[in-house]
Unconditional design. Structure first.
Length: 362
C-alpha cells in the first residue's frame, strides 16, 4: 500500500508534463541532453543556451514595443534560470554571459557601445551580472539536490518493493510446502493451489512494472500472462498432464487492472484443473486475450468433460469471477458441453481481431 501510494503520487506529478517531455518523464527530472542522445552534450548545452538567449532577447523586443523603458537586465534572470535547470550550469552560465553582453551593448546608453553614458551604470551592470551568476549557482544547486532526492526516493521504493517481493516469495514457498504436505487430500490441494495463484498474480506484476531502471506503472500483457500461466502450470497437480496455451494481443495495461485480470485467469485455470479433467489423463487449457486497453476480450477454455449448472463448479468461485469482472466493467459469458467449457469475459461480446498477438504453446 505504501509503495502504491508513492507511485500514484509520482504518476500524478508526471502526467501533466508527459505529453511535452515524453512518457514516464517528469518536469523535475527533464534534461535537455537526454532529448538529443546522438549529439555531443557540449553542443546540446551551447545550442540550448543560444535558444534561451534568443528567446529572452525576442521577448524583450516585444516588451520594448509595448512598454518601453524596462530595465535592461529584467528578462535575463528567468531565461538564465531555465537554461540552468534543464541544460545544467554550462548552459546557464553561457546564457548569463550572452544576455549580459547584449543588454550592455545594445540596451544601455550608449547603444552600440560598451561605454556608459552615465558613469553610475557601471557598478549596476556589474551587480546585475554577478546576480545572474549567483542565479546560475543557486539553480544548479537546486537541480542537483532535486536529482539526488529523486534518486534517493527511487532507491527507497526499489528497496521496499524488493522486500515486498521477498515476502510474496516466502508466502508462496509456504503454500507450496503445504501442498506437498497435503498431496493426498485433493480438496485441500486445490484450495492451496488457488491461494498460491492469487499470491503469484500480485508478485509477478511487480517484476513487469519496470523497463530498465524506469518505473512505468504499466504492464506488458503478453509477457506477464505468459509467465503467470507458466507458474500456474508448474503448480498444477503432478498427476494431471494438463498444459496451458496462451495467445495474448500485444498491448499494455495499468497495474491495478492487470492484477484483476491475473486473478481472473488464476480462478478460471484453477477451476479447470479441479473440475474439467475428471477421469482424464491429460488436457489443454487455452488462455486468449485480444483487443486493446479500452475494448478487450478474455477467453479461457478447456477441452475437458464440461459441466451442467454453474453451482456444480463452486458458487464461491463463480461469485469471485463475477466480482472481478465487474471491477473491470466487463461481462461474463459461460458455455459448456461434452467438448469442454468456455469463459468469455470482456467489454464487448463480439470477437475482436487482435494485431500482433503472441502465442505460447506449453
Amino acid at each position: 500500500m505504501i509503495v502504491a501510494s508513492l507511485r500514484n503520487l509520482q504518476a500524478g506529478v508526471r502526467k501533466p508534463f508527459s505529453q511535452f517531455f515524453g512518457s514516464g518523464r517528469s518536469l523535475a527530472t527533464y534534461n535537455i541532453e537526454a532529448a538529443f542522445p546522438s549529439f555531443s552534450p557540449v553542443l546540446v548545452q551551447v545550442a540550448f543556451a543560444l535558444l534561451c538567449t534568443v528567446s529572452g532577447i525576442s521577448l524583450r523586443w516585444v516588451l520594448d514595443f509595448l512598454w518601453s523603458g524596462a530595465g535592461p537586465f529584467a528578462l535575463m534572470v528567468p531565461f538564465v534560470l531555465l537554461a540552468t535547470l534543464f541544460g545544467k550550469w554550462q548552459s546557464g552560465l553561457l546564457t548569463a554571459v550572452l544576455s549580459s553582453l547584449y543588454a550592455w551593448y545594445y540596451v544601455l546608453p550608449l547603444n552600440g557601445s560598451l561605454a556608459f553614458e552615465d558613469p553610475s551604470d557601471g557598478p549596476r551592470v556589474i551587480v546585475n551580472i554577478l546576480a545572474a551568476f549567483f542565479v546560475v549557482a543557486l539553480a544548479e544547486l537546486f537541480r542537483r539536490t532535486m536529482w539526488q532526492a529523486l534518486a534517493d526516493r527511487e532507491m527507497l521504493l526499489r528497496e521496499i518493493e524488493h522486500r515486498v517481493q521477498n515476502n510474496f516469495a516466502s508466502v508462496a514457498s509456504l503454500l507450496r510446502f503445504q501442498m506437498r504436505e497435503h498431496a493426498e487430500d485433493e480438496t485441500i490441494m486445490y484450495a492451496l493451489q488457488a491461494a498460491l495463484g492469487r499470491v503469484e498474480s500480485y508478485a509477478t506484476v511487480n517484476s513487469f512494472l519496470y523497463r530498465g531502471d524506469r518505473y512505468t506503472g504499466t504492464v506488458h500483457l503478453p509477457a506477464y500472462l505468459a509467465e503467470l500461466c507458466g507458474n500456474l502450470e508448474k503448480s498444477a497437480p503432478v498427476d494431471k498432464g494438463v498444459s496451458i496455451r496462451t495467445e495474448i494481443a500485444d498491448f499494455t495495461w495499468e497495474r491495478d487492472s492487470t492484477i484483476v485480470v491475473g486473478l481472473l485467469i488464476n480462478e478460471l485455470v484453477t477451476n479447470a484443473y479441479k473440475h474439467a479433467f475428471t477421469g482424464r489423463p491429460s488436457g489443454v487449457i487455452q488462455v486468449s486475450m485480444q483487443g486493446t486497453n479500452k475494448a478487450w476480450m478474455l477467453e479461457v477454455s478447456d477441452d475437458g468433460v464440461g459441466f451442467t449448472g454453474l453451482t456444480e463448479r463452486g458458487s464461491l468461485g463463480v461469485k469471485l469471477i463475477s466480482t472481478l469482472a465487474s471491477q473491470l466493467g466487463a461481462q461474463v459469458e459461460v458455455s459448456s458441453d461434452e467438448n469442454g467449457t468456455r469463459y468469455i469475459i470482456g467489454t464487448r461480446s463480439e470477437p475482436m481481431v487482435a494485431e500482433g498477438a503472441t502465442a505460447r504453446p506449453s
